[in-house]
Design a protein. Structure first.
Length: 173
């Protein structure tokens, strides 16, 4: 739960320790932790440990509980996004994917007016999940909304690619 200590450990590890995937995960986690204004959160620490141990269902529930203890502009949306991403990638399938959709919806609707990058990220993840489930036509409005609402977001180029794939302009690879 020592968020300040975790940030320092991530900084010390740097971008070149271990492989590229681990470095990317560390960087993403640092982005989440930077939004959180408190120095300690035992609930979040326990939830992240549960996620690291591979218990996705319990981790998603714990992440949600930890997120609701944070202010909207102080990490709540980012932690909810992390929970949604974990649920979307869960091997449990349908039930967890429904949880992911509910979380992405909550982020997009509940974060209106927020400066958080979690909003466009949630739209993108929501679109990707719908496409993976064969619901490309439902994904298109989410991707278009991301592109139009957040034109300066770093997620826009990927959203454009996913949108073209959803429309069938790019074949599956």
């Amino acid at each position: 739960g020592d968020l300040k200590g975790a940030m320092e450990a991530f900084r010390m590890a740097g971008p070149y320790a271990t492989d590229r995937a681990a470095a990317t995960e560390r960087t993403a986690m640092m982005a989440v932790l930077q939004r959180i204004q408190i120095e300690s959160s035992p609930e979040l620490g326990a939830a992240l440990l549960t996620l690291a141990r591979g218990d996705t269902g319990a981790a998603v529930s714990a992440l949600r509980r930890a997120a609701y203890k944070l202010p909207l502009e102080g990490g709540r949306l980012e932690v909810l996004l992390l929970a949604g991403q974990a649920a979307a990638r869960s091997p449990a399938g349908g039930e967890q994917q429904n949880v992911a959709i509910a979380l992405f919806d909550e982020i997009v609707r509940g974060g209106k007016g927020s400066e958080s990058a979690a909003l466009p990220a949630a739209e993108l993840e929501w679109g990707r999940l719908l496409i993976r489930n064969g619901r490309a036509s439902e994904a298109i409005p989410h991707l278009e909304n991301l592109i139009l609402t957040y034109p300066n977001s770093a997620f826009v180029p990927e959203a454009r690619r996913v949108l073209e794939r959803a429309r069938g302009a790019i074949p599956k690879s």
